[in-house]
Design a protein. Structure first.
Length: 343
């Protein structure tokens, strides 16, 4: 993989570093040693300070290079990278492998979205998570941490990364814990408002609490997802499909713990030991047209499945969008163990 304009050799001069930064438009360049390892980072600020201290354009770039800089591993997820960059107030962060070779470069302006989308998002975060007890006895299910971060925070940062800047959190059980953590959303790069359920309204009923009807298709997500779903691609597919709603789906494999028998007229035809079957299942991510909200009743429990049934009965087309990314719905203790990578 080449990184033209973003990487210079360790013997380069300050002039070459300036030319690279001017060419790449990213305000930074990395320095690579003869073995291909990244040995330093140079920002335009580093060059400016070096020149003011008396260095010249022909001085070695190593004179202004920062050798101790923040980097992440190649498998770091978007939410983690974004959080570190915001906390340390850096605009760029390379991803290096174990031998310090460059795998990728994260830029803050890319992670928070090149431009804000007009779409809003609603995250269903009011569930009690009874199946996860005792973990959820003192904390709401969406605030259960996975790899040091609440699941709900991961979803919020993922939305922000796709340019969604207005997010509604539908809350009920232990709502104060969620509201205290997120506040108005400013610390997470967005505006957060709350849909407060006085009684549980299910995965769809909270949509009736929206203060105003959205002008654009809205994203609806369950609050207990671990996903890197391409939400931008889903929104674009929804717009092209011109449907009342789009449901995100993905494969789910289930292993049958017995030998599966195929028979005909009382005779064995085939025997397959513990076969795996695959289904398409809902990912808990939806795009809804504003007009589809007419089917959501006020003040009573209403699951998202009921909304899709209403749309189908009314002959309103519903699209299906296939996600190929990794995904986990944390509904059971064994799901939480998998999310943590525990045996």
């Amino acid at each position: 993989m080449t990184w033209e304009g973003l990487v210079i050799a360790d013997g380069a001069r300050i002039r070459e570093a300036m030319e690279a930064i001017n060419s790449n438009g990213r305000e930074v360049v990395l320095v690579r040693d003869p073995e291909g390892r990244i040995s330093g980072l140079i920002s335009d600020g580093d060059i400016r300070r070096g020149l003011l201290s008396g260095l010249t354009l022909d001085s070695p770039a190593a004179k202004v290079m920062t050798r101790e800089f923040l980097a992440v591993s190649p498998d770091a997820d978007r939410a983690s990278v974004l959080d570190v960059m915001k906390a340390r107030m850096v605009q760029h962060m390379p991803a290096l492998d174990a031998e310090r070779r460059l795998v990728a470069i994260h830029f803050l302006r890319d992670l928070i979205g090149a431009s804000a989308k007009p779409n809003i998002a609603v995250i269903m975060a009011g569930g009690k998570g009874t199946r996860l007890r005792p973990v959820t006895e003192k904390i709401p299910k969406p605030m259960v941490e996975v790899a040091g971060r609440p699941m709900l925070e991961r979803i919020v940062l993922h939305l922000v990364g796709h340019g969604v800047r207005t997010i509604y959190l539908a809350v009920n059980f232990m709502a104060e814990v969620i509201e205290r953590h997120f506040g108005d959303g400013a610390a997470f790069g967005c505006r957060i408002e709350y849909l407060r359920e006085t009684t549980p309204l299910g995965t769809g009923g909270a949509l009736s609490l929206l203060p105003l009807r959205p002008e654009h298709p809205l994203l609806v997500l369950n609050g207990d997802l671990i996903t890197r779903a391409d939400l931008t691609a889903m929104l674009e597919a929804h717009m092209q499909g011109k449907c009342a709603a789009t449901i995100g789906v993905g494969p789910y494999e289930l292993q049958i713990p017995f030998g599966a028998v195929t028979q005909q007229a009382g005779r064995l035809v085939a025997l397959e030991e513990k076969p795996t079957v695959s289904f398409l299942v809902s990912r808990g991510i939806y795009v809804i047209e504003p007009a589809a909200l007419d089917y959501v009743p006020r003040g009573r429990e209403f699951p998202m499945t009921a909304l899709f049934e209403c749309l189908l009965q009314a002959k309103r087309p519903v699209a299906v969008f296939n996600f190929a990314d990794s995904w986990l719905d944390v509904g059971l203790p064994e799901d939480l163990r998998r999310a943590h990578g525990w045996p």
